[in-house]
Ligand binder design. Structure first.
Ligand SMILES: Cc1cc2nc3c(=O)[nH]c(=O)nc-3n(C[C@H](O)[C@H](O)[C@H](O)COP(=O)(O)OP(=O)(O)OC[C@H]3O[C@@H](n4cnc5c(N)ncnc54)[C@H](O)[C@@H]3O)c2cc1C
Length: 370
């Protein structure tokens, strides 16, 4: 599979067959879909995304996240976390030594990474962050707590956002690379969630962690820029995941309304059903066009990225909600995928920043500066 199209077609088919039949099981068991994750890493998805030869364009990668999420949104979460929360920051900001230490294993899926920004009291508000790393003569000492960190229970490498206090007394922000097993680092129990149950999420505690000088990502106290860039990268992939969820819910809805219920009557023959589904289909195309435009025009600034995620996540939630309503008791039962889509869709408007926070980003240029 050397051509991106062949890879996309293969994954699309794999998603519609293997993932479609497996997703409900993993949701019910709340377990990590190890064999499917390995299969996808085995296709060298991430290696291709970051290689010059045999390159997989970013747009095609997002299309793959969409196609996986159409059947198994939690698997989409596992993969997009690996890409946006560990591979992307290392490729974009890491020093040569940092890349050498972790990158090839993250790309191949030998190890997992996670990015920890969110905190129990202050959430993801950078200015209020409590985690503090103090510079010492020969390195750093970090203390803090992080909450709801994707892939942290399986991670070997943690990228942790922190306030920094320099020896000089100056304060700044940075991201530190911490390896699993470092004294003082502990990962909490796996959280029980409403949806995307196969994504392992936990809190982490950072107690008097001693780090070498070169644990600072990129060797720079450039945390504000780095965090924003990671959030933007993550938001684009969550937008793709959202479009997958909306498409998956629509497909299930269409199947249901096309059944011959009795005496040749089908719900799809009613104009009100046609109107609703036509609106959903149109909105999926419109939201997808916005995401593609952001990428095609290189509009990676936070406002456009926020608009793409906001539109797509709203659409995922509204679509799943409309389809469960349209399919009535059938959709409400756990032996089909529709109720799972309702539960899985909700996260898209929460992680990678909640929708109201994104609206603040979009409105920012219109607001008076203090
Ligand atoms: C499953 C899951 C996985 C996660 N994975 C990660 C991860 O890997 N790394 C990480 O760092 N974090 C992660 N998070 C944390 C996630 O990013 C935050 O939960 C998210 O940003 C929302 O932040 P919050 O919980 O502090 O809520 P807030 O952002 O405080 O939002 C709470 C409510 O307040 C509203 N609100 C916020 N600001 C305003 C405003 N100005 N005006 C009006 N209303 C407002 C919001 O819309 C929302 O309804 C994860 C969370 C979950 C649930």
């Amino acid at each position: 599979m050397n051509e991106p199209n062949e890879l996309i077609d293969w994954i699309s088919n794999y998603s519609d067959t293997e993932l479609r039949s497996a997703a409900a099981y993993y949701d019910r068991m709340e377990s990590f879909p190890e064999n499917h994750v390995k299969t996808l890493f085995g296709l060298e998805l991430f290696k291709k995304l970051y290689s010059k030869e045999d390159h997989l364009p970013y747009k095609d990668y997002l299309s793959i996240i969409r196609k996986i999420s159409k059947n198994f949104p939690a698997l989409g979460s596992i993969l997009l976390t690996q890409e946006s929360h560990s591979i992307w920051p290392l490729v974009t900001f890491g020093t040569e030594k940092q890349k050498e230490s972790y990158l090839s294993q993250l790309l191949s899926g030998e190890i997992y990474g996670s990015f920890a920004l969110n905190e129990p009291i202050t959430g993801s508000e950078i200015e209020d962050m409590d985690t503090l790393t103090i510079e010492t003569e020969d390195g750093w000492v970090m203390n803090g707590k992080k909450e709801y960190i994707s892939n942290s229970p399986i991670a070997s490498v943690f990228l942790v956002a922190s306030k920094i206090q320099k020896l000089s007394g100056e304060e700044s922000l940075g991201i530190f690379i911490i390896e699993k097993g470092t004294v003082g680092l502990s990962v909490g129990d796996i959280e029980k969630k409403m949806g995307i149950k196969s994504l392992p999420v936990a809190g982490i505690e950072l107690n008097q962690i001693e780090l070498p000088k070169d644990a600072l990502l990129g060797g720079k106290e450039d945390g504000a820029t780095q965090i924003q860039s990671i959030l933007n990268r993550n938001r684009l992939s969550v937008a793709a995941q959202s479009l997958g969820i909306a498409g998956g819910a629509l497909e299930r809805g269409l199947q249901y309304v096309s059944y011959d219920r009795n005496l040749g009557k089908r719900l799809i023959d009613m104009q009100s059903t046609q109107f609703k589904l036509a609106e959903i289909e149109t909105n999926i195309y419109a939201s997808r066009a916005l995401l593609l435009q952001v990428i095609d025009e290189n509009r990676y600034d936070s406002r456009f990225v926020a608009m793409a995620k906001l539109a797509a996540s709203d659409l995922a939630i509204e679509t799943a909600e409309s389809i469960i309503q349209m399919t009535g008791g059938y959709g409400y039962m756990r032996n089909n995928d529709i109720e799972r889509f309702v539960r899985d869709a909700k996260i898209t408007a929460i992680y990678g920043s909640s929708s109201n926070r994104l609206k603040r980003v979009i409105a920012e240029p219109w607001v008076k500066k203090e």
